[in-house]
Design a protein around this ligand. Sequence first.
Ligand SMILES: NC(=O)C1=CN([C@@H]2O[C@H](COP(=O)(O)OP(=O)(O)OC[C@H]3O[C@@H](n4cnc5c(N)ncnc54)[C@H](OP(=O)(O)O)[C@@H]3O)[C@@H](O)[C@H]2O)C=CC1
Ligand SMILES: O=C(O)CCC(=O)C(=O)O
Length: 487
Amino acid sequence: MLKQAAKKAFQVGRSQIYKQHAEKEAGSFSHLCTLIDRAATYTRTPASFIESMKNCTHVLELTIPIKRDDGTLDFFNGYRAHHSNHTLPMKGGTRYVPNMTVEDVEALSGLTTMKLACVDIPFGGASGGISVDPTQLSEKELERLTRRYAHELFKASFMGPGLDVLGPDVGTNSKIMAWMMDEYIQLAPNDTEAQGVVTGKPEASGGIHGRDEADGFGFCIALKQFFLNQNLAESIEVSSNLHDKTYIIHGFGTTGYHIAKFLHEKEKAKIIGVVEGNGATFNKDGLDIVGLKAHYDKHKTVQGFSGGDTYTNGEEVLYKPCDVLIPAGDLRSINSSNSHFLNCKVVAEAANMPTTFKAEELLTSRGVVILPDVVMNSGGIVSSYFEYVKNIGHISPGKLTKRWELRANESIMKYIAQLLGTEMPTGELAIASDLDIVRAALEDSMISAVKNTENTAKRFAIGYRDAAYVNALNRIYESVRFGQNAA
Ligand SMILES: NC(=O)C1=CN([C@@H]2O[C@H](COP(=O)(O)OP(=O)(O)OC[C@H]3O[C@@H](n4cnc5c(N)ncnc54)[C@H](OP(=O)(O)O)[C@@H]3O)[C@@H](O)[C@H]2O)C=CC1
Ligand SMILES: O=C(O)CCC(=O)C(=O)O
């Protein structure tokens, strides 16, 4: 009964056309396996290793009972998949979405293994969540469900700072992550690394500055770096700047909003459309993102925003001409039902697996360039890794060295002033904040991942997605060959 209610809530909130067509296409896990096979041709890895990458090591399926506020009992389906334990811990997002399937969870855990390897984070991939529409539960119900889920994961050895570190994803947030950590601490009170059991926590509970914005921040760094490549810019006949292009963003949650914010504020870019499951807003001269966010927070929809034209059918905005289309919502949102009508030069994937296999074939045959999820949206998990390192080390970024660096810089300034025979400038030298350090480290990871992807794409004359998978598979294989799991 509960499943039916959840399904109904989903149908009300989403465009059904996307879902119906997407369902007729290859399943998400077979899609992932095809991508792995395609990339394998260009790797130096044995066939048996490639086969091992096309399976999850462990998959947990749960039924989670919770008491509703009115005293009745309800049951929800929960999942966690471990794709690869070639190195530990494993890590990946936690989704609270109404239509979760075990196949999607498995596919997302495999995708996470590839993503982590692309950005050189020494973790295996995992993924999980609960089939639930969190907006249909009270806060107390959501907390009970979350704690019970964490409890069951712990009992089944699917959670732990040295084993599987859960992060946020669609439908979850820092408060949910903090409940999970607290539940773990109740179960393992002597674990001195307990804070590292989840990432994406509030800063007061051991979270790191900038985790919420990290996916959007990292995405913009990666986009900028891809466009600096003259070959890409020339192939689609655009300049290498971000600011003179037009953008349409599909999804205005944590990821979509922060991408819009950074493109708008830092790059002065023109975001002409924002599409949500329940409508869209469009302004050919560019949307005011600050105003749109205020409107969205108040009304929970982009519809009715005074700075743009409202479209009740979001697809109409999706099909408008733009330079860069950014899917930042659900899986399979670009599929065989809508890819024919898209009018963009680049699809830059902020969501996980937003483009189906058929859609990608069609788009690339038309010369549309795809910038792949495993590189573009890795900023979130990279900053989660920084949070984990902070928790395990029990120290904030730069805490040991900040003051020392300030003194060292002052000495250098004094020395230069002496050499030049001038006075030392007055005023304090700036010390990097935690956020500065996190952003700089994130920038470094994103730029390296893009450069490595470009180099491999050029070397084998293949697309960026295949190139990213080639790099990931080679890196994982090296770690298996010499690492903790090789017998
Ligand atoms: N959070 C993170 O750290 C990371 C997230 N990602 C990926 O980014 C994507 C977005 O995640 P995130 O922003 O965190 O999730 P949120 O839950 O914050 O937001 C999801 C947004 O997407 C919208 N949406 C969902 N389905 C559709 C659809 N079919 N059409 C249009 N809009 C839709 C939702 O709208 P509505 O309100 O109508 O449901 C909502 O605004 C996901 O694919 C996620 O896996 C990737 C890396 C890291
Ligand atoms: O931070 C994490 O562990 C998960 C982030 C995420 O959802 C993703 O990269 O897809």
